[in-house]
Ligand binder design. Structure first.
Ligand code: RIB
Length: 325
């Protein structure tokens, strides 16, 4: 009997990222001269599908694009990255757009996303597409850039089909309490965790409290990402904090997508839970060292090399401590 490998299925947004890079962000009402501009594939859903494929998983995208010239840009970006786009639906009208500004000095960004075609991903359409491709054991990656009712419906269907349901609650939104009982893993950053739980997540201890909030509502594992303060994991076995490698910040856009995509790929490929999280952390850290969103998602080789270099540095540090008089 041949076994079919598990895959990552993403139900989420696909956008054209229209990005301006400048030496500082304008304040309201101000115009500043920028340095450079890119027009590439983006959207949290598409980025996570691409990250999962770059991590070496079989990756399928379910979403909607328009019938304008941006459609070819975004579908080309997904296909070039080995993401299966046969479950993407083209609808009349414009493809979704994310208008991004990046401060080259600090690496910080702000984003206005206009869903456009993404709004056409109705619960019925997404459920139909999901049932056609999903198998028990597959990993379902969800975010919050498509209609909330759709995310809710596919989370329920994903659980029913025996998938591992991973929700990245970004951008932050108020969610119905019922969603948590069908979510296996939730991956908010500190501000998203604060919006969802009402707990101000300023440090590791507060993140643990927020993590327990999700568990009390039915989530199996909460992974709260705290930027350079690491990742806090809370599950029924307890709470555990992991550090994040120190890197030079160029652009933080899509760091969360790199984390989610690599986490999902690790789980689909049968890696140990701990290793899947660790690869997600290293992928997220590498993503902030490169400008852009989909353009910053690292390859598996880059993540392997980065992890090896970190381990090497740790061994050197431990030798130096052993040899110290
Ligand atoms: O997470 C980064 C993404 O958020 C960008 O690619 C942009 O499309 C926005 O949706």
């Amino acid at each position: 009997m041949t076994t079919v490998a598990s895959k990552v299925v993403v139900v989420g947004s696909i956008t054209a990222d229209v990005t301006a890079f400048g030496n500082r962000l304008p304040v309201p009402g101000e115009t500043v001269i920028g340095e450079s501009f890119t027009l590439v594939l983006g959207g949290k859903g598409a980025n996570q599908a691409l990250a999962a494929a770059r991590a070496g998983a079989s990756s399928t995208m379910i979403g909607c694009v328009g019938d304008d010239p941006f459609r070819d840009i975004v579908l080309g970006g997904l296909r070039d990255g080995d993401v299966d786009t046969t479950s993407v639906t083209s609808v009349p009208g414009p493809t979704g757009v994310a208008h991004i500004r990046v401060d080259n000095t600090t690496g910080q960004n702000d984003i206005v996303i206009v869903p456009l075609a993404n709004s056409s991903l109705t619960p019925d359409l997404a459920e139909r597409r999901l049932r056609a491709v999903a198998r028990s054991g597959d990993v379902l990656l969800l975010q919050l850039e498509i209609p909330l009712a759709t995310t809710f419906r596919v989370a329920i269907v994903g659980r029913e089909l025996g998938m591992t349901v991973v929700l990245d609650p970004a951008p932050a939104a108020t969610l119905p309490d019922e969603i948590w009982s069908v979510v296996d893993v939730v991956t908010p950053n500190e501000s998203e965790a604060a919006v969802l739980t009402g707990i101000s997540v300023s440090d590791v201890d507060a993140a643990v409290v927020a993590g327990r909030w999700f568990l009390e509502r039915g989530v199996r594992t909460a992974l709260i990402t705290l930027g350079d303060k690491g990742v806090v994991e809370v599950n029924e076995a307890g709470a555990h904090s992991r550090s994040t490698p120190t890197v030079k910040v160029v652009d933080t856009t899509a760091a969360g997508d790199a984390f989610a995509g690599y986490l999902g790929a690790g789980l689909a490929n049968g890696l140990a839970w701990s290793e899947s999280i660790d690869r997600g952390i290293h992928a997220g850290a590498l993503a902030v060292t490169v400008a852009g969103a989909s353009t910053s998602l690292p390859t598996a080789d880059a993540v392997d090399a980065f992890i090896a270099a970190q381990n090497h540095d740790r061994e050197d540090a431990s030798c130096a401590r052993t040899q110290a008089p």
